[in-house]
Design a protein around this ligand. Structure first.
Ligand code: COI
Length: 354
C-alpha cells in the first residue's frame, strides 16, 4: 500500500463556515452539505493533486463518460462525535470495497492510505458539522466517476475521486415494510450486484417508487432466476432470526458486502448467537411464520443503521414479524454506543481524530 504523508493533501479553507446556518442535530440526510470537499484527479495513469477546498459545483463536459456509460461508484460511512472528539467507523473497509467496485467497473484503484488520510483530514476540518443528537452522524460520501470527455465505449482515462459530507439524523424512526419484488431484479450472477455502482441504484429507483406507492418503505430483492431466494433490501442487507438463530444471505456476488452487515455478524456472535450466511428462500420465512419460529428481522446499512422489519409483502401474502423485544434493537444500541465511545471498542473499529 502507498503511504501518503499528511502534508501531501493541500488545504484551502473557506473564510466563513456555514455551520451556524444549519440545525445539524435536526438535519435530514442529504439536504445540507458541509463547507468543504476533498478532490483528487486521475490522469496519465496516476492520482494527483489531492486537495480539500470549498464545496462547489464542478463543471461537467456533456460527453463526460460517467454520464453515458455509467462508470460511477460510491461509498458511504459516518463520522460520529465520540467522548474524545470525532471518530470514524471502519474506513479501511470502505477503502477496500471502493477498489473492489472500481475493479468490477474497469476503473482505477484509489490508494487506500490516501482514502483514509483524506477522510481523517476532511472530517477534522468539518468537525463542527458532526451532530451530537442520538442516532445522528456526519454522513460521508466518497465517490469516483469518469470525467473524461469522450464519446465511445471504453474505459475512461480521466476520473475524479471526491468526498463530501451531509449531517444526517436517524433514517427510519419506525419498523419498516418491504415489498418483495417479483418483476424487476437488482442483480444476477456475473453482474455488478456486489459493486457499489451508481447504476445498481438507478435500476432500483422505479421499483422502489412503485413499492412506496403501495405503502411499502423499500424493495426486498429476490434472485433473478426464480424470485425466491432473498438477496438484500433497497439500501440494506437483511437478517432473520428463526428459532433463536440468525441467518443472512451469503455474499454470492449478487449481494453488497455491507460494513454494517459485517459488524452486526461480529456483534451477534460476540453476544453468543449463531449466525449463518447462506441462501435463504422466502418460502423458508413463510414456513417459519406458520410454525411460530419467526422471531425478528432487520435491515442493516450505513445510512439506515439497523431498521427493524414489520412486514414483507410477497405476491398475494403478507409476512408479519412479531414486535417482542428484538435483539436487533440491542445490537443497534451497541453499535451506536461504540460509535459515541460510550462503550469500549474491543474490535479496533473506531478511528479517533485528529
Ligand atoms: C449507505 O447506506 O451508505 C448507502 O449507500 C445507501 C444510500 C443509497 C442511501
Amino acid at each position: 500500500m502507498i503511504h501518503v504523508p499528511a502534508q501531501s493533501i493541500s488545504v484551502k479553507k473557506v473564510e466563513q463556515s456555514r455551520v451556524s446556518t444549519v440545525d445539524i442535530n435536526a438535519a435530514t440526510m442529504g439536504i445540507h452539505f458541509t463547507d468543504h470537499m476533498f478532490v483528487c484527479d486521475y490522469e496519465n495513469g496516476q492520482w494527483s493533486n489531492p486537495r480539500i477546498e470549498q464545496l462547489a459545483p464542478i463543471a461537467t463536459h456533456p460527453s463526460a463518460m460517467a454520464l453515458h456509460y455509467g462508470q460511477a461508484i460510491f461509498e458511504g460511512l459516518k463520522a460520529t462525535m465520540g467522548k474524545n472528539g470525532p471518530v470514524l467507523f471502519r474506513p479501511q473497509m470502505n477503502a477496500q470495497r471502493l477498489n473492489e467496485s472500481a475493479q468490477r467497473l474497469g476503473m482505477p484503484d484509489f490508494p487506500e492510505d490516501l482514502f483514509v488520510e483524506a477522510l481523517k483530514q476532511f472530517v477534522w476540518i468539518e468537525r463542527n458539522w458532526v451532530p451530537t443528537a442520538p442516532g445522528s452522524a456526519l454522513y460521508l460520501r466518497p465517490f469516483m466517476y469518469a470525467d473524461e470527455a469522450f464519446t465511445g465505449m471504453r474505459a475512461a482515462t480521466h476520473y475524479k475521486f471526491i468526498i463530501f459530507a451531509t449531517p444526517a439524523g436517524p433514517y427510519f424512526s419506525k419498523r419498516i415494510r418491504l415489498y418483495a419484488e417479483t418483476n424487476y431484479i437488482r442483480a444476477a450472477a456475473g453482474g455488478t450486484g456486489e459493486a457499489k455502482a451508481a447504476g445498481n441504484y438507478a435500476a432500483a429507483i422505479k421499483p422502489t417508487e412503485l413499492a412506496k406507492k403501495h405503502g411499502y418503505d423499500q424493495v426486498l430483492w429476490l434472485d433473478a432466476r426464480n424470485f425466491e431466494n432473498i438477496l438484500e433490501v433497497g439500501t440494506m442487507n437483511i437478517f432473520f432470526k428463526i428459532d433463536g438463530k440468525f441467518i443472512t444471505p451469503n455474499l454470492d456476488g449478487t449481494v453488497l458486502a455491507g460494513v454494517t452487515r459485517n459488524s452486526v455478524i461480529a456483534l451477534l456472535k460476540k453476544k453468543g448467537f449463531s449466525v449463518t450466511e447462506r441462501p435463504i428462500s422466502i418460502h423458508e420465512i413463510i414456513e417459519a411464520e406458520a410454525n411460530n419460529t419467526l422471531e425478528e428481522a432487520f435491515g442493516t446499512g450505513t445510512a439506515v443503521g439497523i431498521a427493524m422489519l414489520d412486514e414483507i409483502g410477497y405476491r398475494d401474502r403478507s409476512i408479519k414479524f412479531p414486535v417482542g423485544n428484538p435483539v436487533g434493537n440491542e445490537i443497534n444500541m451497541t453499535l451506536n454506543q461504540l460509535k459515541t465511545q460510550e462503550i469500549a471498542d474491543e474490535f479496533g473499529w473506531i478511528i479517533q481524530l485528529p
